[in-house]
Every structure is written in C-alpha cells, then in structure tokens.
Design a binder for this molecule. Structure first.
Ligand SMILES: Cc1cc2nc3c(=O)[nH]c(=O)nc-3n(C[C@H](O)[C@H](O)[C@H](O)COP(=O)(O)OP(=O)(O)OC[C@H]3O[C@@H](n4cnc5c(N)ncnc54)[C@H](O)[C@@H]3O)c2cc1C
Length: 390
C-alpha cells in the first residue's frame, strides 16, 4: 500500500488549487481525479467564470477575495498563462435588490471601486442593454472573468511539476480509519495517508453521506449566441455583466463575445441565468436543452439585451452544488480527524479557487488558516441563528 502525507480527492476547481497550494511544502501528496484535468463533467465547464470583489452574497467573503486576487496573479506568474481578463463588470438592478445593495455595502466596507453610471450614460456607452427605467447601474472596473478549464490544467500541471502525484481516471470508493490516518480505497488501489482533503464537488454527498447536509445538485444551462446584428459585443467592446431579475428570480449574467482562438469552442456571446435549476444526479449527462431552460435564456436576452440580435450557436450544461444557505462549507468532517472538506460552492465558488486551495492546504497541515473562515464552518447549521440570515 503506497503511503502519502496527504491525499486530495477530486482534482477539479478546488482540488487542483489545493494541489497547487501543497506543491513545494515538502509533503508527499496524491491527487485522485475521476476524469482528467479540466474535463466537462463537473462544475467548471464553460470557458469563463465571473470574478468580482464587491460581493453581494456577503461582505465576509471580501477578505478571501482580496487574497484570491493576489493568488490569481501568482498563478499567472508561475504558469506564464493569462487566466484573468479584467474587462470590468457592470451591475444592473433596482436599488433595493440584494445584488445592488449587497454589492454597494461590500464596496463601501472594503473600499472597492464601484462607478455609478446614470441611465443616459449606460445607453450611450452600453447600447446593448435595454433596462427597466427604475434600474441603476454600477461598474466594478477591477473585475472580469477567469478561464476555468485552463486554470485547472495550469494549477494541476504546476503541482505535478513540483512533485505532486496526480492519478486520472481513478476515483475514491471508500476511506476507512487505519492507525492514526486513513486508508483510501479507489477503483484501482488502496493508499494510506495521514490527512485527506475531499474536494469532490457535486459528488460530495455520495462520498460523505454522514455529512447530513442536504447538498442539492442542480443543472445549469449556458447558452452561446452567434450575434448577427446590433452593437458590438467583442472582448474589446463589451464588459462582463450581471443583472437582477424579479420575474424569474436570481440574475442573468454574461461575458463578451470570445473569439474561438485562443479561447476554444464554443465561441460567441455567453449568457446564463444564475438561479438554481432542476435537481439532478451528478452523473446525468443529458446535454439537450429543455423548453423552459431555453425560454429563460431567451427571456433574458429579449428583455435585457434587446438590441443584440442573433441565433443560438451552442448550449452546455454544468452543475451547481447548493448548500442549504447557499454559502460554502470549509471544515473538518465531524468525527473524522484529519478529513477536511471544501464543498457546497452554490454556483459562486470558482473565483475563490486559489484561496480555497491555500486554506485547505493550511487546514490539513496545521488545522488553522490565517484567513477569517469561521463563517463557513459546519457549526453554523447547528445554531438556531445562522449568521447568513440578515
Ligand atoms: C453554469 C455555472 C456557472 C458558474 N459561474 C460562476 C462564476 O461566474 N463565478 C464563480 O466564481 N463561480 C461560478 N460557478 C461556480 C463554480 O464553477 C463552482 O463553484 C466550482 O467549479 C466548484 O468547484 P468544485 O471543485 O467543488 O467542483 P468541480 O470543479 O466539479 O471538481 C470536483 C471534482 O471531483 C471529481 N470527483 C468527484 N468524485 C470523485 C471521486 N470519488 N474520486 C475522484 N474524483 C472525484 C470530479 O470529477 C471533479 O473533477 C458556476 C458554476 C456553474 C455550473
């Protein structure tokens, strides 16, 4: 039985970042991944992910984001690869909507630059949008998008080149207490380790039924539009955007049109609806879009990007893993010394990947993190007053 100091289960968004953070710490580390780096079956497919600091979900995330920004710069420098495109991000919504009030609260608390843009200026500078008259708009200049598949490949390759073993097409089936550590069973072998980090995304409830948290896995549709007419939406002309919607709930968001090269297929203007979709099993690979999913994207396009005309060129589906309060879970698995989990990223985790990796590496090696993460512990679910209920 091969022995490791630490095993990371699931080398996707958070697992690749954890392997990256563990590289060079003088530990013998194994990462086990069911598929390949940057594959299309998890929660990270789709070419782009928003990154922003004025966090409407909760201001307590901002210190983690500040560190994530530093670490994205470091990952880019270490790998020589651009992963973060600072296009700026436009926020649109009614002033009392959480998306606006929460973002402004985080921006004011942490002095994050947010520029208010009045409707006439929005119309002039961003003629792509058709907004309700009572919507307000803000631009966060130091925001933009990340490239998820490439980031995972880069962090994984960096970890490998610094001595971390990565095993692909292999999956953990069980783990059992063995002496002071753990025996990790996979479809191929049994390994022993002192510490175990589980970053298995949508499969977490399967691996950890004792977690007793209801982690709902939902199906989320991404649509790419081939623009035929209307104002320009290219990378040079158009920022990322997020827009509160009261009719279907949640928010619509999108990215500039990315050219096929160097971004890979599909190309076009990507639009999505940030709202938990249908609950599914994580292995559901049905890529066909259902009528109500298409209607939601068409509604978002018609109502809010009314000046942009085109035809859908591609759809993909991806998964959210929703925690009960839609906030992350970073903690030790109760009753399992040395087993740490990073789960329930609830559709907003990718931008944090390198800081989650650093936190998990610190927790597993020293049982503490210098960053303020107690608000993400499992204990909040035991308290009658969950700190996230404002
Ligand atoms: C459509 C969509 C849009 C999103 N937009 C944004 C955004 O704009 N900004 C943002 O910050 N976040 C966004 N997110 C959220 C973000 O992508 C996720 O929070 C993040 O990818 C979750 O990472 P993860 O590591 O938990 O899961 P994954 O990246 O899926 O990694 C889990 C890995 O574990 C592996 N695995 C599972 N079981 C096993 C096993 N038994 N053994 C070995 N390996 C195993 C899987 O194969 C997978 O590779 C979005 C998500 C979706 C679906």
């Amino acid at each position: 039985m091969e022995t490791y100091d630490l095993i990371v289960v699931g080398v996707g968004s958070m697992g690749s970042a954890t392997c990256y953070a563990l590289a060079g710490r003088g530990l013998k580390v194994l990462g086990i991944e069911r598929h390949r780096l940057g594959h299309e079956f998890g929660s990270h497919l789709g070419q782009s992910r928003l990154i922003r600091k004025a966090y409407f979900e909760h201001a307590d995330y901002v210190p983690l984001l500040q560190r994530a920004y530093e670490l994205w710069d470091e990952v880019e420098a270490q790998t020589g690869c651009q992963l973060f495109y600072r296009t700026g991000l436009l926020y649109h919504g009614r002033p009392d909507h959480d998306l606006i009030s929460g973002s402004l609260y985080s921006a004011a608390t942490y002095r994050i630059e947010m520029q208010e843009i009045n409707p006439a200026e929005v119309h002039k500078a961003y003629p792509q949008f058709t907004l309700p008259p009572d919507y307000v708009s803000y631009l966060e200049p130091d925001a933009g998008f990340l490239r998820p598949e490439l980031a995972i490949q880069m962090m994984g390759a960096f970890a490998q080149s610094h001595g971390v073993d990565l095993h692909f097409d292999e999956w953990m089936t069980d783990y059992v207490r063995s002496g002071q550590g753990w025996a990790v069973h996979t479809n191929r072998a049994v390994y022993s380790c002192e510490k175990l980090i589980i970053t298995s995304g949508a499969w977490t409830s399967r691996l950890l039924p004792q977690l007793t948290l209801h982690l709902r896995v939902t199906r989320q549709i991404l649509g790419w539009l081939h623009k035929k007419s209307g104002p320009g939406v290219s990378l040079q002309q158009f920022p990322c955007w997020i827009l509160a919607d009261d009719t279907l709930g949640g928010a619509f968001y999108g990215f500039p049109e990315l050219p096929p090269d160097p971004f890979g297929m599909p190309s076009g203007l990507k639009i999505a609806h940030h709202h938990p979709g249908m609950e599914i099993l994580p292995e559901d690979k049905d890529q066909s879009i259902q009528a109500h999913e298409l209607e939601a994207l068409e509604y978002g396009l018609r109502v809010y990007l009314g000046e942009v005309k085109g035809s859908w060129s591609s759809f993909q589906h991806c998964m959210y893993t929703m925690s009960p309060d839609e906030h992350f879970v970073l903690d030790q698995l109760p009753g399992h010394p040395g087993v740490w989990i990073a789960a329930g990223f609830s559709g907003h985790g990718f931008k944090f990947a390198p800081v989650i990796g650093e936190i998990m590496a610190d927790l597993a090696t020293s049982a503490s993190s210098a960053l303020p993460i107690s608000f993400l512990s499992l204990k909040r679910f035991q308290k009658p007053e969950n700190p996230f209920h404002r």
